[in-house]
Design a protein around this ligand. Structure first.
Ligand code: ASP
Length: 597
């Protein structure tokens, strides 16, 4: 039987009651975490989003009817109680903010009863994630998820306040836009009014925010949903949130300046962490050479070394062939891992193969300075000595080498470096290492499409000093693009934009668009460029990832209220789902699913 709360008013949330209120009467409302009936006395933990308060029902404080009702309380019942704040008589619970207090109840109302939930609402739940996601409304009651979403809310609020103070205007851009396939696949929405045509959901507000700069809004910010229909990976969501911004009359340094102050502010306010400004910067080339990654984790060393010069005359075919094909030989030194069992080294080799390497060559140096190696028999002793010296190999170290195209060597060793750091426990969760990665290549060769594609997007400004090479050596042209990286995760990225129509048209040409195709897709931007466009630049953060790192969550799903799973479905609402025949007819759509082969 559900009672009403007429005549009752909540005094505060459970964990907001303080010692100063001892002796006062308060009214609290929330969910029963657990109830223990000890005969003449009933203890109840009452939970709301602030935390837990212990309630005591004892015959005499509360009338007979109330006491009987209290005996019926079970987990997840929603109740309202009025009672006196007291210092705890029993053991003080130092784990709870309210651990020194309890409420001696004088009245109880059951606002709603609850069936036994499919899993207990508790921190660090061991229940399978699929079940928790099916009952997300229950899962969201857990204190760890509630804390994550509260941090997320704080990040959004503080960002808005900070950016408003910096002169940014919050402006919404449309969700139903024209499909401009470049980058990821679009989610599309059929139009009923114009049968056979489709809107796309935005992958980012990119073009609109640039148009806002053309329209003179000077500084724009939006916390905005974006949609990308990509092949799903475990930690990717088809819809995600960006903190998106664009600024006029600025260059790289201006964007970096306001953003590092924003980051320092957020980390100070929310985590009490001082971010040292200015944040370190490194060019893309240096990142790749030293860490094999454009989002290096700087919490530890284990840098890559290019030993191509050292091994250039050796007879080991793997090294020789890689160098002859224009590739490189690089290595990392896993210090102190020389005693790693062969089986474990083989696992590292398999790991590297997942990243495209054909294998790994290794040298395991024992404490007495002798070594075991997978390839020493193909090398002269002095060549081995030179190689070990080049790697700073000391007794007890494990040296691992990859030889291939640069891209493969970087990918394999970059990933191996992180994997080893994990195994060697080098990643301090409480350390926050930020890095700006700058001077990205403008273009990236796509084997699949046999053409250059934009590494960031087609509106990214090339570096002025490289632009003359666009026809002779397009792959070497660098861009005014930057990423912000935290502990090996890219949390945001952006660029200075092209604002000159001749450069933009040339850029489309390099990307393989005809003039007609460029105008067909991006005509409204090119048109706007004809009527006065300020130099502008911008950046977007992945809000989900940023919050995930701040709360040290294991999964991006833990910082999104209603996330989707790997196959892009929602286990709770069961979206996506078929629609009625009538809806299809209105949209003039026919479904034609090819038979599985
Ligand atoms: N629109 C870009 C992105 O989503 C960010 C930017 O260039 O501002 O990655």
């Amino acid at each position: 039987m559900a009672e009403s709360m007429i005549g009752l008013k909540r005094s505060c949330r459970c964990a907001e009651v303080t010692k100063n209120q001892i002796g006062e009467t308060v009214t609290l409302m929330g969910w029963v975490q657990k109830a223990r009936n000890k005969g003449g006395i009933i203890f109840v933990d009452l939970r709301d989003r602030s935390g837990i308060m212990q309630l005591i029902f004892e015959n005499g404080d509360i009338d007979e009817e109330g006491f009987v009702k209290a005996g019926k309380l079970r987990s997840e019942f929603v109740i309202a109680v009025t009672g006196r704040v007291e210092a705890r008589t029993g053991a003080v619970n130092t784990n709870l903010a309210t651990g020194e207090l309890e409420i001696r109840c004088i009245s109880l109302r059951i606002l709603s009863e609850a069936e036994t939930p499919p899993f207990a609402v508790e921190e660090n739940s061991k229940t399978r994630e699929e079940i928790r996601l099916k009952y997300r409304f229950l899962d969201l009651r857990r204190p760890d998820l509630q804390k994550n979403l509260m941090v997320r809310s704080r990040v959004a609020q503080l960002t808005r306040a900070f950016m408003a103070n910096e002169g940014f205007l919050e402006i919404e851009t449309p969700m139903l836009i024209k499909s401009t396939p470049e980058g990821a696949r679009d989610y599309v929405v059929p139009s009923r009014v114009h049968p056979g045509t489709f809107y796309a959901l935005p992958q980012s507000p990119q073009i609109f925010k640039q148009l806002l700069m053309c329209s003179g809004y000077d500084r724009y910010i939006q916390i905005v949903k974006c949609f990308r229909d990509e092949d799903l990976r475990a930690d990717r969501q088809p819809e995600f949130t960006q903190i998106d911004m664009e600024l006029s009359f600025v260059d790289v340094d201006d964007v970096i300046d306001v953003n590092e102050r924003l980051l320092a502010y957020l980390f100070k306010e929310i985590l009490g962490v001082e971010v040292q400004l200015p944040i370190q910067r490194m060019t893309w080339q240096e990142c790749m050479d030293r860490f094999g990654s454009d989002k290096p984790d700087l919490r530890f060393g284990m840098e890559l070394k290019n030993v191509s010069e050292v091994v250039k005359d050796c007879e080991f075919a793997v090294f020789k062939n890689a160098l002859a094909a224009g590739g490189s030989v690089r290595g990392i030194n896993a210090e102190g891992q020389g005693g790693m069992p062969r089986k474990k080294i083989d696992k590292l080799v398999d790991f590297a193969k997942d990243y495209g390497a054909k294998g790994l060559a290794y040298v395991a140096i024992s404490e007495d300075g002798s070594y075991k190696s997978s390839f020493a028999k193909f090398m002269k002793p002095e060549e081995m000595d030179a190689l070990i010296a080049a790697m700073d190999g000391k007794p007890g170290d494990l040296l691992l080498f990859a030889a291939d195209k640069n891209t493969v060597v970087w990918a394999a060793l970059g990933a191996l470096r992180i994997e080893l750091a994990r195994q060697m426990d080098l990643l301090d969760k409480n350390e926050y290492k930020f890095l700006w990665v700058t001077e990205f290549p403008l273009l990236e060769w796509s084997e699949e499409e046999q053409r250059f594609t934009a590494m960031h997007h087609p509106f990214t400004m090339p570096m002025e000093e490289d632009w003359d090479n666009i026809d002779t050596d397009p792959g070497c042209v660098r861009a005014k693009a930057y990423d912000i990286v935290l502990n090996g995760t890219e949390i945001g990225g952006g660029s200075v934009r092209i604002h000159q129509d001749d450069i933009q048209e040339k850029m489309f040409e390099v990307l393989g668009f005809t003039k007609e195709q460029a105008w067909e897709r991006f005509g409204f931007l090119l048109n706007a460029f004809k009527y006065g466009v300020p130099p502008h630049a911008g950046l977007a953060y992945g809000l989900d990832r940023l919050v995930m790192l701040m709360v040290q969550a294991d999964s991006i799903r833990d910082v999104i209220a209603f996330p989707k799973v790997k196959d892009a479905s929602d286990l709770m609402s069961e979206a996506p789902a078929a629609i009625d025949e009538k809806q299809l007819q209105e949209l003039c759509l026919k479904v034609d699913i090819p038979e599985e082969e």
